[in-house]
Each structure stands twice: as C-alpha cells, then as structure tokens.
Design a binder for this molecule. Structure first.
Ligand code: MSP
Length: 502
C-alpha cells in the first residue's frame, strides 16, 4: 500500500464553543491538505476532539451534566463547525470513542509490559486549564504561577510515571539530525534550548480515580485513569490503526499545532512513539496565536472573533482568505475588523473579483463568449508564478503562496490597462489583437482558478463554472499555459465578491 500524505490538527478540548484560534488551525491544515492533493498526492486529513480530563469534567459539572452527555452535545456543534469551515477532513476523532480508547489501552499495556512505567508519589502542582503538571521550577519568584495556567492546585498523590528522562540525549540527536522535525526554526531552537538546558523529568501519566473520574482507566490498574495528554496524543495513531490504514498513513507527515502545546508534541510524543516501537512524525509545524486589536481574546471582556458569525456575514472564502493572508505560519497575528474589510474590498472584490468579471464580461460582450486561437503574452509570467507557487505550497508557505497568486492578479490587471481591450473593440482593424488579448485574460483566469483550489475552493469552482471548464481537481504543477482551445465558449460571468461598505 503506498504511503498517503497524512496531516493532523491538534484535537480541541470540548469545554466550550470553537473560536478563531481553532478555526485558524483547521483552515491552514485544510489548505495544506488540499495543496498536496493539488500536487498529486493522496491525502488523509484528521481533526477532532479531546474529550477527557479535568478541564472537560469540570465544564460538564459546571453545566450540571453527565460528562459523556455533555461531550456528545458539544461534539455535534464541533462537527457542524468543521462543515462550516468547508474542511476536506477524512475523519473526525473523538477520544471517547471505544476504538480510540482501545488503542490507548493497548499502548499503555505494551509499555507497562516493557517496564517503562513505575509507581511513585507525585508531589507538585496541576493546572487544569493547561492540563499540565507543574513543579517548583515553574513558579515565579513571588511563588505564583503564570496566568496562562489559570487556577493551580497542589497535589500529593500516588501515580504512575513514564521513564521519559532517559531519552533526553536521543531526542536532542534526533532533532539535530532532522532539521525539519520542528518548524519554524525558532520553535526548533526553543525545544533544543529546553532539552539542552533543563533536565528532562519522568512524566506522570495517571491520576487516581478518586480524584479524577473522566479518563481512560489504566489497563493494569483501574484505580487510575490515564493522564489526558497520554490519551490525546495517541489519537494520531489510533485512528489510522482503527481504520486498518496504519501502514499507508503512519508516520504522519505533519502535525499542525499552536505554540502553547509544543512540548507535548516535540518532547513527550516522540519519546512515547520511540518506546512503542513506532516511527516518528516527519514534522511538527507550529503556528502562532491570534489576538484581536492587540489584546488577548477573552469571552469575559467580549474581545472575541466569532468565526461562524464572520462566515455567515462575509462568506466562507473571504474568511479563509483573511486568516491565511494575514498571518504566516509561525508568528502571532492580530485580527482587526478594519483589516478584514480592507483586504476584502481591495484584494477580493477589487483585484480578483473585478479582474475575473471584466475579463469574462468583455469576452462575452465583444466575442459572444467565444475564444480566439491561443496566444501567450502572459504565458511565461504565468508559468514563473506557478512554479514559485508550487515551491511555496511544498514548503507550507501558504501566505507567501497567496502573495504570488495576487502578484499575477496585479499583472493581469496591469495588462488590461496596457492593452485597453475596450479601445481595441472600437477599432475593426484591431480585431485580431482584441482576440489575442481576450485569450490571454481568459486563460489567465483559468490558471488563477486552478491555483486558488487549495485556498478558496468554492471561489475556484465558481470561476471554473463561469469559464465553462470542469470543476474537477487539477494538478497545479502540471497545469500549463494554453489549456483553453480556440472556439471554446464560456458561460455568463457572475460577480464573485461584491464590494462592501462596512
Ligand atoms: N486538547 C489539546 C490538544 C491535544 S492535541 C493531541 C488542546 N486543545 S485546545 O482546544 O486548547 O487548543 C487546540 C488548538 O488551538 C491548539 O493547537 C492551540 O494552540 C490552538 N489555539 C487556541 N487558541 C488559539 C489562538 N488564540 N490562536 C491560534 N491558535 C490557538 O490544546
């Protein structure tokens, strides 16, 4: 069975409704997944929910609901969210599914049999907000913990430990030998800095059942439940295994995650896999966090962006465009409503929408929608842009890829100004030249539609329909100049992104 390109998102805690950060991560992963499809690979995209642990148990209790019933209700909202974002995901994992639980138990038992765990007394702290154990080392000078940890409780309880510490040097060597394992570079340096400067402690992998019920019982001691991260990380393997597709999917090509969960993915997870005898993912790709108006988003202050509201008000592709165009994968981003409106009007309505609309309208008006013979004023520039875009997509430089597409949009708009087809149309001696110009514009629109497939799939299909070409997936790298034939007739144009004043 040949290897598929396997890409994942983090799985989200079901303790509330999805927000901009969740939408962003799923959309960039979707663009990566679709890009690879458009470059000829068979792709598997996994996303889903992290349902166990103290944080979710607490949220269920606060809502006065049984934990499973609480998760089931919210899972329906999250699945609807995935639909709303137009994702091409191939499965949706829930860590409360029996099949996932079984794989977690298998791996726990396997490691227990290999003597990778030991019992010990845990004295330290726990942050339910981050679902993480904390030690004295994490305390600030005044004894408090960073606000990101929320309420921190002191724990003294018997638990099971995973012998993580002894793999420290191996992991350093792996990261140094595989420069792409953690991307971008600053995140790789962060992990290496941590591994080189701090002693890696063994990891507590359980909680006593009398303290926390909402988890997978340890198969070798049901008085304990599995630490939620040990359960959640396994989703990346459990789904391929449950589907009988481990051989074609594992190892994952890319785990897309946010910067706050780097240590879990670039330290704990590789060691878990090594000890379980499984290959390591090829890359952990780390994105930054969104703020709104330069402040942390927070429900309590009302400083939030509701992705569903935005999509309903503006259209899905406009939302997808803004988040990918505004923020490269890596740094933090800042959402502003003004920025959104400006990009919408300038880049979608004016530059792209107008170009497609006026190009196709002129062909309809002056030539009844029928193309003359192929001509290539813009061919070489289009192919140069395509090749650049392909490289950028392969490097997951999604924002840069959009900029490449829009440079060609700008070039085409300039070409309209230079050639002035509306003037040519008035001069019968220029009939041949008009046919050439209209061919260049229409063929340029066709390539734009192909290049937009990963980013704005609905818009891409709409352009293809207007062009009267099949809206099937086209390989971007193979789509050359001159695909439209003489005599091809297009359909009526329709406005793509109507200008908006607010
Ligand atoms: N359940 C864990 C992940 C387990 S993966 C085996 C978790 N869940 S989460 O719901 O808190 O976060 C899910 C993802 O959303 C993370 O990658 C996180 O970084 C991302 N984001 C959460 N808030 C964000 C922003 N404000 N901006 C961008 N991404 C953010 O962590």
């Amino acid at each position: 069975m040949s290897k598929q390109f396997y890409v994942t998102t983090a799985i989200d805690y079901v303790n509330g409704q999805p927000h901009l950060g969740h939408a962003y991560e799923k959309i960039i992963t979707d663009v990566i997944a679709r890009s690879r499809q458009c470059l000829g690979e068979k792709v598997f995209y996994l996303t889903g929910l992290d349902e166990h642990g103290q944080k979710v148990q607490q949220a269920a209790q606060d809502a006065g609901k049984d934990a499973q019933a609480y998760c089931d209700e919210l899972a329906a909202d999250w699945r609807a969210f995935v639909e709303k974002l137009g994702l091409c995901n191939h499965d949706f994992v829930r860590t409360t599914d029996a099949a996932h639980k079984q794989v977690v138990e298998e791996i726990l038992q396997q490691l227990y049999d290999k003597d990778e765990f030991y019992e010990g007394e845990y004295t330290g702290f726990y942050s339910a907000k981050q679902e993480t154990f904390l030690t004295e080392r994490d305390r600030k000078e005044d004894g408090s913990f960073d606000v990101i940890y929320g309420e921190v409780t002191e724990l003294k309880e018997k638990n099971y430990y995973f012998k993580l510490g002894r793999h420290q040097q191996w992991l350093i060597d792996h990261i140094e030998a595989n420069p792409d394992f953690v991307a971008p570079d600053n995140r790789r340096n962060e992990v290496l800095g941590f591994l080189k400067n701090e002693k890696l402690e063994d990891l507590c992998i359980s909680r006593p059942k009398e303290r926390l019920e909402w988890g997978i019982p340890l198969p070798f001691n049901p008085d304990y439940v599995t630490y939620v991260w040990f359960d959640a990380l396994v989703n990346y393997v459990s789904i391929p295994r449950c589907r009988g597709e481990e051989a074609s999917l594992w190892p994952a090509d890319i785990h897309v995650i946010g910067k706050d969960i780097l240590k879990f993915h670039a330290v704990y997870w590789p060691i878990m896999l090594k000890v379980a005898g499984l290959e390591l993912p090829k890359q952990v790709l780390v994105h930054g966090w969104w703020q709104k108006n330069n402040e942390k988003m927070s429900k309590s202050t009302g400083n939030v962006v509701d992705p569903v509201e935005m999509i309903e008000e503006w259209d899905l592709d406009a939302f997808r465009y803004y988040v990918v165009r505004e923020l490269a994968i890596g740094p933090d981003g800042n959402w502003t409503d003004e920025g959104f409106t400006t990009r919408y009007n300038a880049e979608l309505a004016n530059s792209l929408g107008n170009l497609i609309n006026r190009s196709l309208s002129m062909l309809n008006r002056y030539r009844d929608g029928i193309l003359s013979a192929p001509h290539d004023d813009l061919g070489a520039e289009a192919i140069a842009a395509r090749d650049k875009l392909v490289e950028q997509l392969q490097a997951n430089e999604l924002q840069a890829g959009l900029m490449t597409i829009w440079s060609f949009v700008a070039r085409m708009n300039q070409y309209v100004d230079e050639t002035a087809p509306f003037k040519l149309a008035k001069d019968p001696d220029q009939a041949d030249r008009l046919g050439e110009v209209l061919y260049n514009l229409t063929e340029g629109c066709r390539l734009l539609a192909i290049w937009l497939q990963p980013y704005l799939p609905t818009t891409s299909c709409r352009i293809m329909k207007q062009l009267n070409v099949p809206a099937d997936l086209v390989n971007i790298a193979e789509a050359g100049w001159g695909g439209l034939n003489e005599g091809h007739k297009i359909n009526e144009p329709e406005a793509l992104f109507p200008r908006r004043d607010k």
